[in-house]
Design a binder for this molecule. Structure first.
Ligand code: UD1
Ligand code: MG
Length: 457
């Protein structure tokens, strides 16, 4: 059998009260639909088809790099209608169709594999769940032998049917040809005037097709997002699992409830994260790395033994081993800091290499600079790298000493072992191993008097 996946994602998402289509709202830093696509990608499927509608081209545009087929459902006429539109887009080779939902993000690959496997010898398999409060869901109706007969939607259910606690999660897998035949028979004669996908179940039962059912690993897997309260609940669930996985792998989280993973964290042994650390994109932390409170680390690599003090923001930075960063430091893309570097408070570094053991401890901007080893950058040093049009390079040799409050007007270079006097504006190359100053000489005016205020009589 060749599997094709159809993801229904055309719904309006009215209760989100948002201009952003529901399936683009982020969970753990990624759109809801991305989580579903990721789960589907783990299956051995020939194709993924996404039915979109509300929000128009915004949804496909957000996934331009993904290898999936987009089918527009301009008018949302029900889940059955959405699937009818999707089927013709499937490759002829597809014989088995799995239906997923763009707003049910935490479905796991394990459950999907189980559901698909349960369809091996039947025409139809459903993912159902037992819940305490079934209101709002389609109910699973079985005969006295337990044989699955049909699904009745909440709005169409009788009083007795409303007491049924086995509900339809919506996830199903069906043999393609039969599915197409059942869909061709469903109508809109129901409380909502929609084509209900769930009506295919009664048709399958009438055809004498065996209908299998499987349960999810936990209810959260099949919980959909209708409003921002539910979104936040799923976010917390996701974060708790992520935090537990990291702790079990040897990461200390001072408070797992105050940690957020919006991407992937690759941590070696004995990494220690204080409260309110946010990890985005792909982050690698070497063994023994310590990250202080309130740090945001995005797409960066930090070497073993490095300590990041509180309130730092790192984005696209690479830091070597045994470095000290912060508190209150900002490392921007292509900040490349070697081992044993020190970067202190209110220092911003962008597209700059800082050689081994070099220090910029206070109040500094280093952009487009190539800085050697053992360099000391004094407080208030600024690379003037931008003239409003061009970005220019600053080069500083090993063991140079840049006095406080120096402006390095790029392009400019400072030789190895050079010393720059504090308060200098350096516009030309400063030679190696010498003192260069570029500031007015201090003068004192003997006998100068301050102006006096006139005295009132
Ligand atoms: C559906 C099921 C119900 C089940 C419940 C689980 C039907 C008729 N009912 O009800 O048995 O218990 O899910 O949450 O299937 N969608 C489209 N196009 C449409 C309509 C819906 O793409 O025209 C998508 C929505 O974006 C959503 C999903 O299908 O992702 C389910 O639609 P929704 O309106 O939430 O169905 P429910 O009434 O909740
Ligand atoms: Mg729903």
């Amino acid at each position: 059998m060749t599997l094709g996946v159809v993801i229904l994602a055309a719904g309006r998402g009215t209760r989100m009260c948002s201009d952003l289509p529901k399936v683009l709202h982020p969970l753990a830093g990624q759109p809801l639909l991305a989580h579903v696509l990721n789960a589907a990608t783990t299956l051995d499927a020939a194709q993924q088809v996404v039915v979109f509608g509300h929000g128009g081209a915004q949804v496909p545009a957000a996934f331009a790099e993904r290898d999936c087929i987009w089918v527009e459902q301009a008018e949302q006429r029900g889940t059955g209608h959405a699937l009818m539109l999707a089927l013709p887009a499937l490759l002829p080779a597809v014989t088995q169709v799995l239906v997923l939902y763009g707003d049910v993000p935490l479905i796991t690959p394990a459950t999907l594999r189980r559901l698909v496997a349960s369809n091996a010898n039947t025409g139809l398999a459903l993912l159902t769940a037992e819940v305490c409060n079934p209101s709002g869901y389609g109910r699973i109706v079985r005969d006295h032998t337990g044989r699955l007969l049909r699904i009745v939607e909440d709005k169409d259910a009788s009083v007795a049917e409303r007491d049924i606690q086995e509900i339809n999660t919506g996830f199903l897998v069906a043999e393609r040809t039969q599915l197409a035949a059942w869909l061709a028979q469903i109508g809109t004669n129901n409380a909502q005037g929609e084509y209900y996908l769930t009506d295919i179940v009664a048709l399958a039962a009438q055809d004498g097709v065996a209908i299998a059912s499987t349960r999810p690993g936990c209810l959260t897997e099949v919980t959909g997002v209708n409003d921002r309260v539910q979104l936040s609940e799923l976010e917390r669930f996701y974060q708790r699992i992520a935090a537990e996985n990291l702790m079990r792998a040897g990461v200390t989280l001072v408070d797992p409830a105050r940690f957020d993973l919006r991407g992937a964290l690759h941590a070696e042994r004995d990494v220690h994260l204080d409260i309110n650390v946010i990890i985005e994109g792909e982050v690698w932390l070497g063994s023994g790395v310590r990250v202080g409170a309130n740090c945001v680390l995005k797409d960066c690599r930090i070497g073993a033994g490095t300590e990041i003090f509180p309130n730092c923001v790192l984005d696209g930075a690479t830091v070597g081993a045994n470095a000290r960063i912060g508190p209150f430091a900002r490392l921007r893309p292509a900040a490349l800091l070697a081992d044993d570097t020190h970067v202190g408070n209110f220092v911003e570094i962008k597209k700059t290499t800082l050689g081994r053991g070099s220090k910029a401890n206070h109040l500094t901007y280093l952009g487009d600079a190539d800085i050697g080893a053992g360099v000391n950058i004094g407080a208030g040093t600024i690379t003037c790298n931008y003239d409003g049009v061009n970005k220019s390079l600053t080069q500083i040799g090993d063991d140079a000493f840049i006095g406080s409050n120096t402006a390095l007007v790029a392009p400019v270079s400072v030789g190895a072992g050079a010393t720059i006097g504090a308060g200098s504006v350096i516009t030309r190359s400063a030679p190696a191993a010498q003192l260069t100053l570029a500031r007015t000489r201090q003068t004192t005016l003997a006998g100068w008097q301050r102006p006096q205020k006139p005295t009132n009589k």
